[in-house]
Design a protein around this ligand. Structure first.
Ligand code: SAM
Length: 313
């Protein structure tokens, strides 16, 4: 457990950060989403929303200066925090010096857009072995460039995460919670809401960060839902199906599905296959995918797969 009482955590205010960066000759990098949380009430809000206990292991992506990391460590059993930037890794290492329940990892959280870095998964497993937590929670002020892949890869990988409390751009939050028929409804909303319950807890103005980003942000709560997941037999296949289905938003359902079927077959055969499937599901084919409910996308993906098998497409 932590012996943090001997090391009071510095308050991450704007003037604290300015001084820290000045004395370390550091300049926040926009491309790494280095916008630090300076609203101390919000840090409390996040810690409360996380409902942390000593039985929790927190995964944090983007340690930054360690300001949120130390607050999480005060409440959780253990924290594993990942930071890509060596200079900030060094600052965070200094900040968590008094905490024996924090493990920092320097590296990129992602291997690529569709995969988490295996080193992160190995470290998560090792930390889990060491602390034997009852729950794992992702709590993070996510760097904007990797927010969506971090959330979706964690969810798809089926890593047992009890909840995610994450700060993301407002625009991304809208895409996560979008409902059918709206402009933000697409592959991301459908994938997320097929696997989890998603809720925006709070809208955040740029002024809660330093340096200020150009856009609003949101605190989002994502709770993986096992019952929903059980309705999607092959999550990877569903992800690819959604990606392809929404690659051409303007097409109607028939056009989009024909475009997705095996290119090795004649056009007429592909159309016949899609028409057979749409008929079976009761669609005319003139509908647009973005008007269909979340559940109907799951059924469509399964029907595409099983008919393709039957017809050897
Ligand atoms: N947790 C701190 C806070 O709330 O003030 C910092 C959050 S800041 C929005 C995001 C942090 O993520 C930065 O320190 C940045 O260097 C780091 N970061 C950016 N891309 C990353 C990546 N691919 N993997 C790991 N860390 C990354």
């Amino acid at each position: 457990m932590s012996d943090a009482a001997n090391h009071p955590t510095p308050r991450q205010t704007q003037s604290y950060l300015r001084n820290l960066f000045h004395s370390n000759r550091l300049h926040p990098k926009n491309r790494l989403g280095q916008n630090f949380l300076i609203d101390l009430n919000l840090i409390d809000f996040i810690v409360n929303a996380a409902e942390l206990t000593r039985a929790d292991l927190v995964l944090e992506i983007g340690s930054g200066t360690g300001g949120l990391t130390t607050r999480l460590a005060e409440h959780a059993g253990a924290v594993l925090s990942v930071e890509i930037d060596p200079s900030f890794f060094a600052l965070a290492t200094e900040a968590v010096r008094g905490f024996s329940n924090v493990r920092l990892l320097q590296g990129d959280v992602l291997k690529n857009k569709n995969q988490l870095n295996p080193d992160v998964l190995t470290a998560l497993e090792a930390t889990r072995e060491q602390y034997r937590p009852q729950r794992v929670k992702l709590i993070a002020n996510l760097p904007y460039a990797v927010a969506t892949p971090v959330i979706s890869n964690l969810l798809i990988a089926g890593i047992a995460v009890e909840r995610m409390i994450v700060m993301v751009q407002w625009e991304i939050a809208q895409k996560l919670i979008a409902k059918p028929g709206t402009k933000d409804y697409g592959a991301l909303a459908i994938l997320m809401q097929s696997l989890a319950d998603v809720e925006v807890l709070r809208k955040l103005p740029p002024s809660v960060f330093w340096p200020r980003p150009k856009v609003d942000s949101a605190i989002v709560k994502i709770v993986p839902n096992a019952q929903k997941r059980s309705l999607i037999p092959d999550v990877q296949r569903f992800r690819i199906f959604l990606r392809d289905l929404y690659a051409h938003r303007r097409k109607n359902l028939r056009g989009a599905l024909v475009g997705m079927t095996s290119e090795g077959k004649a056009q007429s055969e592909r159309k016949a296959f899609v028409d057979a499937m749409l008929g079976k599901l009761g669609y005319t084919g003139t509908e647009r995918a973005e008007t269909l409910s979340i559940e109907k996308h799951g059924a469509l993906c399964e029907a595409m797969g099983s008919l393709a098998d039957q017809l050897d497409l």
